[in-house]
Write a protein that binds this ligand. Structure first.
Ligand SMILES: [Zn+2]
Length: 371
């Protein structure tokens, strides 16, 4: 039996492999306060019962492991869940592999290969262009897909927190729908809007197997007020591009470690928040409720007090700077509790469907997007 850790986005520490496989999680690069993402494989285990005990005692979100089942795959394509138990320190699961190799991850990984394929799909379409906005700390490309020719400007960014891979699955669903030549709603959005999608804001953290930080140890979603050339060039590049285009609608797509829900967080804490933005938020939210089974608006983050929004975050900063409709989109690592699926849990396909349903939500908000 061999533990495979040299994977794209791999993260595991091997403590012991006698009888029980005891593992731990490496903290994010340059950010010891973040430790959550794991991804590894086991080789040479066909038919052999194994028990895995993952030490999660000092992870960033201890509440993440209650009611969490482990994402499991034989081929890194199809991911199903393996039931796990949590005793307050250790996440434990037992498994008998049907194949020589099996892979486990916190959520279905979205690798750099698949990212390249997503860009290639967009490049081949006559409806999209792809370009590089700048470079990450480790000089990886920050890519943007531009779709449509309309006057209204929408920006959608995903994976500021690299371990929140569901965000890039969501981006794939959104881009795929927008590139569908036969889809009426997609055509209407392409005619009225120009949509910029950044599928991966943090390619370094993704490759390194980080949960929240980039290669410089920075939480990019606290860097929007004062992005820095050394510590947060990813935000600097995207912010500069937004200043050139303007923004009428912004989505910053994330995964939530603890909450078993899909939900939106708006800009009610921003100084310039007003009735127009509140009405737009409601229109957008209502369209998602109608168009997607997983999405709900009963549960989410506590609402910010007026003026209490954290302008270091993308959602609040962009909303305030451009006086525009601006949301943080959250999806669960756990299953969605309003729509449970014990076999697969919340998975790439469901994240893609939420991304795809966003097309109708953009349409619903369209008439009021600009003052
Ligand atoms: Zn996040």
């Amino acid at each position: 039996m061999r533990i495979v850790s040299d994977l794209d986005g791999g993260n595991v520490l091997v403590h012991s492999t006698r009888d029980v496989i005891r593992l731990g999680i490496r903290s994010d690069t340059g950010a010891p306060e973040f430790r959550q993402w794991f991804h590894f494989g086991l080789e040479g285990v066909a038919g052999v019962p194994v028990r895995i005990e993952l030490d999660v005692s000092d992870t960033t979100y201890p509440g993440a492991w209650e009611d969490y089942d482990v994402c499991t795959s034989y081929d890194l394509e199809t991911w199903f869940r393996t039931p796990a138990s949590f005793d307050g320190e250790v996440l434990a699961w037992e498994f008998v592999s049907e194949q020589p190799s099996v892979f486990f991850a916190y959520f279905a990984p979205y690798g750099l290969d698949r990212h390249a394929e997503l860009l290639e799909t967009a490049r081949r379409s006559s409806l999209a262009t792809v370009r590089t906005l700048g470079e990450s700390v480790e000089e990886r490309s920050i890519d943007v897909v531009r779709i449509g020719r309309g006057e209204r400007i929408a920006w959608v960014i995903a994976r500021q927190h690299p371990g929140e891979t569901m965000a890039e699955w969501y981006a794939e669903g959104l881009v795929g729908r927008l590139l569908d030549e036969d889809d009426d709603a997609a055509r209407a959005v392409r005619e009225a809007c120009t949509v910029y999608v950044v599928p991966n804001m943090n390619p370094d953290g993704s490759a390194l197997g980080n949960q929240r930080a980039n290669a410089a140890g920075m939480n990019l979603n606290r860097a929007w007020l004062e992005p820095d050339r050394e510590a947060s060039p990813e935000v600097l590049a995207v912010r500069a591009a937004m200043e050139e285009t303007g923004v009428d609608l912004f989505l910053d797509v994330h995964g939530d470690e603890q909450n078993p829900w899909c939900f939106l967080a708006g800009c009610e804490g921003n100084p310039s928040y007003d009735e127009r933005l509140r009405d737009l938020e409601n229109l957008f939210e209502q369209a998602l409720l109608e168009g997607n089974d997983d999405f709900q608006d009963d549960y989410g983050y506590p609402r910010d007090e007026p003026g209490g929004g954290d302008l270091r975050t993308a959602g609040n900063w962009v909303g305030e700077r451009f006086q525009c409709l601006s949301f943080t989109v959250e999806m669960p690592f756990k299953d969605a509790a309003n729509h449970p699926d014990p076999e697969y849990g919340f998975d790439p396909d469901r994240a893609r469907r939420l991304g795809s349903a966003t097309v109708e939500a953009i349409l619903a908000a369209l008439p009021g997007l600009r003052d």
